[in-house]
Design a protein around this ligand. Structure first.
Ligand code: G3H
Length: 255
């Protein structure tokens, strides 16, 4: 069912690049919803892209999730770019430890032989605690690095899948459903028009910070994520997409 030859994948990459107006697209063969190793291939493609575009001393902000864990799994020493600093893009967002940005950030930095700084914040946060915490000097310092990172690498999730996985409160889940969110990235939930319909309160990168990054790399695949990917790319905040054939075919067909 899937394209076996390189030419087919190259055609998909060009189509997606034009459709989503991106600088670079990588489509790995297969569908990560069906085969786990496809996710690892996306991880490898991401590491390869990173190595070609990273300079010494730069900061890389990364999010959580199983796809980002695959990027960490594929990481190898960044020999051409020393003193690189890895930071988590946002707080835990309610994820379990292995899916949290902090965990993945530390693993990725070790494998890259880079430095890392972590965000120690309770999550989710009340408005009152949030205001106090962002004024803490140690948090402020890491936040400053995060919000000015040269490179951002992040996953995209299906809205309801993410809300459920993160044990979102009944009240927030209601809002997400009522406002017809389909996609999620960085704790922001988007509808099909790409409008933000909900945002998880946690410390870290804000959507507007993406404007300052030199490269924003989205890593997301699987045919079930096509609508989520399309919703995130409506306002077009990334310039690079690393995906798989399952999502790519669906994106070309339906969105
Ligand atoms: O924000 C999106 C999620 O972190 C994606 O999670 O890679 O496990 O599907 P996933």
């Amino acid at each position: 069912e899937f394209i076996k030859d390189v030419t087919g994948v190259k055609v998909l990459e060009q189509q997606l690049k034009d459709k989503l107006k991106l600088d670079h697209v990588v489509v790995v063969p297969g569908d990560s919803d069906q085969l786990d190793w496809v996710k690892h291939e996306m991880g490898r493609a991401c590491v390869q892209y990173l190595k070609g575009h990273l300079a010494a001393g730069e900061a890389i902000a990364i999010t959580g999730g199983t796809t980002m864990a695959a990027v960490a799994g594929a990481m190898t020493p960044l020999t051409g770019a020393d003193r690189c600093l890895f930071v988590p893009a946002r707080g835990g967002l309610g994820e379990r430890v292995e899916n949290q940005a902090n965990t993945i950030c530390a693993e990725m930095a070790k494998k890259a032989r880079g430095e890392y700084r972590l965000l120690y914040v309770p999550d989710p946060l009340s408005e009152e605690s949030y205001q106090t915490i962002i004024e803490e000097p140690s948090i402020k310092e890491v936040l400053d690095i995060i919000r000015n990172a040269e490179i951002v690498i992040h996953g995209v999730g299906d809205a309801l899948t993410m809300a459920e996985r993160r044990k979102t409160s009944a009240k927030q889940l209601e809002i997400i459903k009522e406002r017809q969110a389909v996609g999620e990235a960085f704790g922001y939930y988007f509808n099909t028009k790409g409008e933000i319909v909900h945002k998880v309160r946690t410390v870290g990168l804000q959507l507007e910070d993406l404007k300052h990054a030199r490269h924003v790399i989205t890593v997301a695949g699987g045919h079930t994520k096509a609508q989520a990917i399309a919703s995130y790319f409506q306002p077009g905040q990334s310039n690079v997409l690393i995906t798989d054939e399952g999502a790519a075919q669906e994106l070309i067909r339906e969105h």
